[in-house]
Design a protein around this ligand. Structure first.
Ligand code: COA
Length: 172
């Protein structure tokens, strides 16, 4: 019933409206947003779902970030949101599953996020893989999660400050 498509520039206002509807006021003041400022999201991984009325029912975006002094590449998952009237139908699972698959195809090997472990562990995220990451304060370390993509051991030895991406974006 949902049509998944890549977000286009003309979809931006609807997606922002969805995020404003789904998240608490002041969402852009969250520390993870500092990592997105002035950096373009990954176009192939910004996906929305339109329902049978053509309304945006769910959306996901990803940003590239770099970790530690070696500036190791990593994806930052989110925001992801589903309209309250469409929650519980597996739409977020569809968006997350589809985009993680695409991320692997693009050559990304690790993903991080700040979110609820009880929700994200079903997609393979856990605290162990995010354990060495330092997000901009204030971030609750218990909500920092990581997941490997394609490459087992992609998080081994990866630790440090999570920073805004600088330079040309290359998956890794
Ligand atoms: C979180 C969110 C994206 C899930 O969307 P959804 O399409 O309803 O998700 P799904 O249908 O794939 O999964 C629903 C299941 O996840 C569970 N779930 C949802 N949020 C959860 C959470 N924070 N912690 C644990 N479980 C959660 C639901 O209880 C439901 O469980 P069930 O399958 O046992 O019934 C949606 O609730 C939302 O937009 N919330 C507000 C924005 C938000 O918090 N985004 C995530 C930021 S980290």
């Amino acid at each position: 019933m949902f049509r998944l498509m890549r977000e286009r520039p003309q979809d931006e206002a609807e997606v922002e409206w969805l995020y404003d509807t789904c998240f608490a006021p002041g969402r852009t003041a969250l520390s993870s947003y500092r990592l997105r400022e002035g950096v373009a999201p990954i176009p192939e991984l910004c996906v929305l779902a339109r329902d049978e009325y053509d309304a945006v029912a769910g959306a996901i975006r990803y940003w590239p970030v770099q970790i530690g002094p070696a500036r190791i590449p990593c994806l930052l998952l989110g925001p992801v949101a589903v309209h309250p009237t469409r929650q519980g139908e597996g739409l977020a699972a569809l968006l997350i599953g589809r985009t993680l698959e695409t991320a692997g195809e693009l050559g990304w090997t690790r993903v991080a996020l700040v979110g609820d472990e009880p929700y994200y562990r079903r997609f393979g995220f856990n605290r162990e893989m995010g354990a060495g990451l330092v997000f901009p304060p204030p971030t609750n370390p218990a909500r920092v999660l990581g997941r490997e993509l394609q490459v087992p051991g992609a998080w081994v030895g990866v630790a440090g400050e999570v920073q805004r991406w600088e330079g040309e974006v290359r998956p890794g």
